[in-house]
Design a protein around this ligand. Structure first.
Ligand SMILES: Cc1cc2nc3c(=O)[nH]c(=O)nc-3n(C[C@H](O)[C@H](O)[C@H](O)COP(=O)(O)OP(=O)(O)OC[C@H]3O[C@@H](n4cnc5c(N)ncnc54)[C@H](O)[C@@H]3O)c2cc1C
Length: 452
């Protein structure tokens, strides 16, 4: 029987861990429950924003940043509630892992500077042309398959991990034909994401968002959490989640917050604004959910439309016919059945804040532009993107038990581990999901190699 140095369950961020572990000389088996993880995993569904604090792309753009500055941003956004160990580990490894992805895996990172995500005090998100996780993942997977440095099984689900007194001894998987196998290994990395697709766990931990449309991977069934709990692991931040307030109801596609951060604003179905949109798209999901019919209208103009087309997902939304256009605000109001006076007044109020003649009644500091014709409206619904809480880990992504001791050989990354977004939804900063996915997987690979 083959014995692996590490079995990695989940090929989202886990793929990065598998490549790094194999590069460091470990014998690796990567399993994924999906028959086609490249299209179904959460990482592929993202807008591909990966934050790094102090990267060479920032230096080239003259931006000063560091893990300490990033940590301050995280602590400010989470009101000092983010897990300090995870925050330190991930902010510190952010540059190393993303520069390694560029140098070793050929990811053609670009620094996003054309608009500024809420909560980041400097531009630090890296992405690729098209701004879609799939466009990052597909080439990485193609070259990993060609290199063949590790074993890989699709449609193979991790269902348990076996421990003895010394630590992990085997991973138990369910094979595509429904049979079960024990795979000998001294280490298991749980990279199976959170429990966004598991209604019972959502009802238990995340009542605020449990009934809202889920836009993430259908394979996020919370198995890492359940396996970890059976093995006595400590858990944390299980109420934490990333929501998103800008899904187009038309065809359930992502509109994205770049629209808002370029000057768009949101009205409810009565035609009233109801908050400071620039606070963040994650917390705005629950806020939108509390509005009549859980819906709203995002109001933009052609310039904002054009400025958002760098996102593949926005292009898909625009192509789907989700945007209603008009040359006059009154005409737009008629088309979307809002009181014309309210729409005209909301646009005028936003323009007054933009030009410094007024202060926003909801405290929004900036409206980046005054909307000019033609005007567009997109009907929005809120959504859940992924859960953030999970198994407690140390700075090597090694899982801890309830007494704070290591469970030898057990590691967790991404949505399987505690995140760095504190409690609830308001602490989420763009990119912190992917940083936890690739950062912890990379740290786990290094730690396992060091200990082997
Ligand atoms: C539309 C959208 C946009 C987003 N944009 C961003 C963004 O730009 N930046 C950001 O930081 N975050 C973003 N996020 C959040 C991000 O998707 C997650 O934080 C991140 O992808 C989690 O990575 P992961 O590796 O934990 O999970 P995944 O990428 O989902 O990988 C988990 C893998 O495990 C497999 N799996 C599940 N259970 C098992 C099992 N029992 N055995 C074996 N395999 C299993 C799954 O099939 C899957 O392939 C976005 C989310 C959504 C939905």
């Amino acid at each position: 029987m083959t014995t692996y140095d590490v079995v990695i369950a989940g090929a989202g961020g886990g793929l990065i861990g598998a490549i790094k572990a194999a590069e460091l000389g470990l014998k690796v088996l990567l399993v994924d429950a999906s028959p086609d993880f490249v299209t179904t995993c959460n990482t592929s569904k993202t807008t591909g924003m990966f934050p790094a604090a102090g990267s060479r792309w920032q230096q080239a753009a003259g931006i000063t940043d560091s893990p300490e500055i990033f940590t301050q941003d995280i602590m400010k956004k989470t009101k000092n509630s983010a897990d300090p160990v995870a925050t330190k580990a991930l902010t510190e490894v952010s540059v190393e892992v993303l520069e390694w992805m560029a140098d070793a895996l050929g990811v053609p990172w670009e620094l996003v500077t054309d608009f500024h995500y809420p909560g980041h005090s400097v531009d630090r998100c890296l992405t690729v042309t098209g701004r879609k996780g799939y466009l990052v993942m597909q080439p990485i997977w193609d070259s990993a398959k060609a290199a063949g440095n590790f074993d890989f099984k699709t449609s193979t689900r991790l269902i348990d991990v076996i421990l003895d007194k010394t630590g992990v001894t085997a991973a138990v998987v369910e094979n595509p034909d429904g049979s079960r196998s024990e795979i000998a290994t001294k280490n298991v990395l749980l990279a199976t994401n959170g429990y966004g697709a598991n209604q019972a766990l959502l009802d238990k931990y995340n009542a605020e968002i449990a009934q809202v449309y889920y836009h993430g991977s259908i394979y996020s069934n919370g198995e890492a959490l359940e396996i970890g709990e059976r093995l006595g692991a400590a858990t944390g931040y299980l109420d934490a989640y990333q929501g998103h307030a800008a899904i187009a109801s038309h065809a359930n596609t992502l509109v994205g917050w770049a629209t808002v951060m370029q000057g768009g604003f949101i009205l409810n179905l009565a035609g009233d604004r109801f908050g400071d949109e620039s606070a963040g798209y994650s917390e705005y999901a629950a806020i939108l959910n509390n509005q009549p019919e859980s819906s709203g209208w995002l109001i933009i103009d052609k310039e904002i439309h054009d400025g958002s087309m760098s996102f593949k997902e926005f292009e898909v939304t625009a192509d789907s016919g989700a945007i209603i256009w008009a040359d006059e605000l009154t005409q737009l109001a008629e088309l979307i059945e809002l009181p014309a006076e309210k729409l005209v007044n909301a646009a005028a109020a936003a323009a007054a804040v933009h030009s410094g003649k007024a202060v926003d009644e909801f405290g929004r500091a900036r409206f980046e532009k005054q909307l000019i014709a033609p005007f567009g409206a997109i009907k929005l619904r809120p959504s859940l993107f992924h859960t953030q809480g999970g198994l407690k880990v140390n700075s090597d992504a090694a899982v801890l038990d309830k007494a704070g001791n290591l469970i030898p050989g057990l590691y967790a990354a991404g949505g399987a581990a505690v995140g760095i977004s504190g409690h609830g939804s308001a602490g989420y900063l763009a990119g912190n999901g992917l940083l936890a996915a690739v950062g912890f997987a990379y740290l786990a690979a290094k730690a396992i190699a060091k200990a082997s």
